[in-house]
Design a protein around this ligand. Structure first.
Ligand SMILES: [Zn+2]
Length: 723
C-alpha cells in the first residue's frame, strides 16, 4: 500500500497509535506494581516452608497473568492496525453527501421544463431601441436621445419599470466604490436626463422616476397590462465619457487621434423574468450584464474623418465612406484573405498639411436585429481591414478589425481579422451559426470586452495572446449574446462555457497553431489543467463556481468563473459522458436557449436529459463545492501469488469527490489492458476490489494513466513489482 505521509488520515492514525500505546503501558506498570506490593506483604507473614510452597503455586499464576496481558496487548495492537487501515481506506468520503436523491429545489414546470427546455408557457419581455447620439470630441461627452418600446409578455401587470443606468457606476458616491479596498480615484457625474417621457395607451406624460445607484425606477400611473402590451419611454440625456479609468468603456489618446470605446451608453431595460421578477442587481464592476432582446436602430454623429465601427449593419455606407473605401469593402465581402480598407498610409496622408481637413459632422446609421445590446468604437486613428466569414448553409458575414498604426504588423493586429474570421467559422460550424452581418475586433484599452457583434481587445496584444483573447471575446457571442444568461449573477454561465469552447477552438484553428490554450483564463501556469486546477480547489479561502459574480474577488475571478467551470465541462465531455453524448447535449442547450434566458438549473437539466445521466453528484462536487479527488490503488497482487491465476486489485476513494475510474494494466510483454469502472461504484463503497483474470505477468497497474483527473495525490496511483 502506498502511504502518503502528508495525508491527514496518516497523521490521525499515527497519533491514535501513540495515544493507545501510552495508555496500555500505564495500565501494565500499574498492575505490575500493585501485584508486587501485595505479594511481598503476604510472603513476609508466612512461615519459611509455607512461603516456599506459596511461591511454587504463585509463580505459574503470575506467568499466566503476564501472558494474558501480553496477548491482550497484541490484540489491541492488531485492532489499532485494522483501525488505521480502515481510516486510510475510508477517509472522509461519504457516498450520502455526493449522491443525493433530490438535487433540484423545484420540479420543472410549464415555463421551464424538467428536461431543461423552455416550456409551453415560457415568456420573456422584449425591448426595441431607437438611439441617436452626438459625440462632442472636444468635451468628450455623449449627448442624445433614446426611444424604448417595451413589450410586457409576462402574465403579470407591471406597476413600475426598472432600467439600468450603468454610467452611474462612475459617480463618486456609487456603490461600486465600496467593492474594493482601493476605490476608483476618477469619477464622472453619470447620466444627466433633461427629459423622461412615457407614452402609454395613446397618452404622453412626464415620467415619475427615481434613480438609485445604477438603477432607475419609472412609476406608472396605470399598470402596464400583461401578455403583449407595449409602452414607450423617451429619454433625452447626456454624460461625460470616462477616460481610461472607464474599464469597459472609455476614451484615450493615441499618436494619431483619440479612440472612443463606447458601451453601456443608453438606458437599458432591466430583465423582468419568471425567476425573480425585476433583476435589479446594481452594476458594481465584476458582475456583467443581463439584458432583454430586441432590435436596436442607432445613429452616431461626430466629426467627419472619424471612422465608426459599430455592432450590426451599417445602413448608410455610401454617405459615410469614400468611393475607394466602398470599393475595398465590397472586395473584402468576397475575400477569404484580409483586405486593407483604410491603411496606415491613408491615415498619414489624411494628416498631411497639404490636404484639406474633413469639415462638418457625419452621421453613421446602424441597425442590429434580435440583440441584447450594441457598442461601437470611433477614431480617426483606426486602420481598417476586413475579410468574409463563411457560415453554415452558404451564409456569409464580415469580419473586420480597427486598430491604430502602433498595433499593426503580422505579429500583432495585422492578423486580428483572420483570428476573428476563423474563430467565428469554427464556433458556427461546431455549435451554432453566427447570427449577425458583421463582427468587429477593436483595439483599445477597454479590452478584452465583449458586446454583440463587436469586441474590444488590447491594443498591445500580439501573437498567441491576441488569438486567444479574440477567440474568447468573440466566443461570448455564443455565451451570453446568443444564449442570454444572467452574467451579473452567474459569471460561469458565460465565462466558463465560453472558455470551454475556446479550448477546442485553439486545438482546431490553423491545425493547432495556437494550441493548447494556456492563458490567464485556462491553466495559467502553462501546464496540465488537471494539476493546475488543484491549487484553486484545495485553497480553503476560495469561492465556489456558484458564488455570486460580485462576491468573487479578482484573485479568484479567472480561476472560478473561467478555469474551473471550463475544465469541469472538459471532464464531463472527455471522462464522464464521452464526446458524442456531451456534444449532442451541449448543442441542444445552445439551440433551445438561443435568444432566451436560461438559469443554472436549465443548463444542468439540459445536459442530464440529453446526455441521459443523473449528474447531480458532479454539479454538487464541482460547481457547488470545492471537494477534492484522490483515487488510490491499495492492492495489486497475483491471486495466490500465481500470475496465471490473475490479479487482484483494490481501489480506494479517499476524498469526497467521485469520478469514474480508468485503470491501465501494463504487462511485461509490453501489451496493456484498460479497465473502466463507472462512478456508480462509489455509491456503496469507498473501497472496491476487482479480480482480473489474466495469465500474463504484470509490469505495473496505474489509475488515471492519461493524467486527466484532478487527483490531489498521484503517489498512490501506480503499483509495480507485482507478486
Ligand atoms: Zn470573458
Amino acid at each position: 500500500m502506498h502511504v502518503n505521509l502528508n495525508s491527514p488520515a496518516y497523521c490521525i492514525s499515527f497519533l491514535s497509535i501513540l495515544v493507545a500505546v501510552t495508555k496500555i503501558q500505564t495500565v501494565r506498570i500499574f498492575v505490575k506494581s500493585k501485584l508486587t506490593v501485595s505479594l511481598s506483604r503476604m510472603i513476609q507473614l508466612l512461615p519459611k516452608l509455607s512461603r516456599l510452597s506459596l511461591v511454587i503455586i504463585l509463580i505459574p499464576c503470575f506467568c499466566l497473568k503476564l501472558q494474558a496481558q501480553q496477548q491482550n496487548f497484541k490484540t489491541r495492537q492488531r485492532n489499532l492496525k485494522a483501525k488505521e487501515q480502515n481510516i486510510q481506506s475510508g477517509s472522509s468520503y461519504s457516498p450520502a453527501k455526493v449522491f443525493l436523491p433530490e438535487f433540484y429545489q423545484f420540479p420543472g414546470n410549464r415555463i421551464r421544463t424538467a428536461q431543461g427546455t423552455p416550456g409551453p408557457d415560457y415568456w420573456q419581455n422584449y425591448v426595441n431601441y431607437n438611439l441617436s447620439v452626438v459625440i462632442d470630441t472636444a468635451l468628450n461627452t455623449l449627448i442624445g436621445s433614446a426611444k424604448l418600446t417595451y413589450t410586457n409578455n409576462s402574465p403579470d401587470s407591471l406597476a413600475y419599470l426598472w432600467l439600468q443606468l450603468d454610467q452611474q457606476t462612475y459617480k463618486a458616491d456609487a456603490r461600486s466604490n465600496f467593492l474594493n479596498s482601493t476605490p476608483q480615484g476618477q469619477h464622472t457625474a453619470g447620466y444627466n436626463f433633461s427629459s423622461v417621457i412615457v407614452n402609454y395607451n395613446g397618452q404622453s406624460f412626464q415620467a415619475t422616476y427615481i434613480i438609485e445607484d445604477t438603477r432607475m425606477q419609472i412609476r406608472l400611473p396605470r399598470k402596464l397590462a400583461p401578455r403583449g402590451s407595449t409602452i414607450q419611454l423617451n429619454f433625452k440625456y447626456s454624460y461625460d465619457i470616462p477616460g481610461d479609468f472607464g474599464n469597459r468603456t472609455d476614451f484615450f489618446q493615441t499618436p494619431h487621434g483619440k479612440i472612443y470605446e463606447i458601451a453601456q451608453w443608453y438606458p437599458r431595460m432591466c430583465v423582468y423574468d419568471d425567476q425573480r421578477g425585476w433583476n435589479t442587481l446594481p452594476f458594481l464592476g465584476p458582475g456583467e450584464f443581463y439584458l432583454e432582446y430586441g432590435d436596436i436602430d442607432y445613429q452616431i454623429t461626430l466629426p467627419a474623418g472619424i471612422l465608426v465601427a459599430g455592432s450590426g449593419e451599417l445602413l448608410n455606407e455610401a454617405e459615410v465612406l469614400s468611393a475607394k473605401e466602398l470599393k475595398l469593402l465590397n472586395m473584402a465581402r468576397q475575400s477569404d484573405e484580409t483586405i486593407m480598407i483604410r491603411s496606415a498610409e491613408d491615415i498619414l496622408k489624411s494628416e498631411s498639411k497639404y490636404r484639406k481637413p474633413d469639415a462638418g459632422l457625419k452621421t453613421w446609421h446602424f441597425v442590429m436585429v434580435n440583440t441584447r445590446d450594441v457598442a461601437f468604437g470611433a477614431s480617426k486613428a483606426y486602420i481598417w481591414d476586413a475579410a468574409r466569414i463563411n457560415l453554415p448553409d452558404g451564409k456569409k458575414s464580415l469580419a473586420m478589425s480597427v486598430y491604430p498604426i502602433e498595433s499593426a504588423g503580422s505579429g500583432a493586429w495585422g492578423r486580428a481579422t483572420e483570428y476573428l474570421k476563423k474563430s467565428i467559422e469554427y464556433f458556427s460550424a461546431t455549435w451554432y451559426p453566427y447570427p449577425y452581418p458583421v463582427a468587429i475586433n477593436e483595439a483599445g484599452t477597454a479590452g478584452g470586452m465583449e458586446y454583440p457583434g463587436i469586441v474590444f481587445d488590447g491594443l498591445t496584444d500580439k501573437g498567441k495572446q491576441l488569438f486567444w483573447v479574440t477567440a474568447h471575446e468573440i466566443g461570448h457571442n455564443w455565451f451570453p449574446m446568443i444564449v442570454g444568461s444572467d452574467e451579473r449573477r452567474f459569471a460561469w454561465m458565460d465565462e466558463g462555457l465560453n472558455t470551454f469552447i475556446d479550448i477546442y477552438a485553439s486545438d482546431e484553428i490553423n491545425k493547432g497553431e495556437f494550441a493548447p490554450k494556456r492563458d490567464g483564463e485556462y491553466a495559467p501556469g502553462g501546464g496540465n489543467p488537471s494539476d493546475e486546477v488543484i491549487a484553486y480547489t484545495t485553497d480553503p479561502a476560495a469561492p465556489t463556481i456558484m458564488t455570486a459574480a460580485d462576491a468573487i474577488s479578482e484573485k479568484y475571478r479567472h480561476p472560478f468563473a473561467y478555469f474551473k467551470p471550463a475544465f469541469g465541462l472538459v471532464l464531463l465531455r472527455e471522462q464522464i459522458l464521452g464526446k458524442d453524448r456531451f456534444d449532442y447535449a451541449f448543442k441542444a442547450y445552445i439551440h433551445t436557449w438561443a435568444f432566451k434566458h436560461p438559469a443554472p438549473d436549465d443548463f444542468f437539466r439540459s445536459i442530464e436529459n440529453a446526455g441521459g445521466e443523473d449528474l447531480s453528484w458532479f454539479w454538487l462536487e464541482w460547481f457547488y463545492h470545492n471537494w477534492s479527488l484522490d483515487q488510490a490503488l491499495a492492492k495489486a497482487a497475483y491471486t495466490n501469488h500465481d500470475y496465471k491465476k490473475g490479479i487482484d486489485l483494490s481501489l480506494l476513494n479517499l476524498q469526497q469527490m467521485v469520478m469514474p475510474v480508468t485503470l491501465e494494466i501494463m504487462f511485461k510483454d509490453q501489451t496493456s489492458q484498460f479497465i473502466k469502472i463507472p462512478v456508480e461504484t462509489w455509491l456503496l463503497h469507498n473501497k472496491y476490489d476487482i479480480h482480473l483474470p489474466t495469465t500474463k505477468e504484470v509490469k505495473s497497474v496505474t489509475l488515471d494513466p492519461a493524467h486527466s483527473l484532478p487527483d490531489i495525490n498521484r503517489n498512490n496511483n501506480t503499483m509495480s513489482e507485482i507478486n
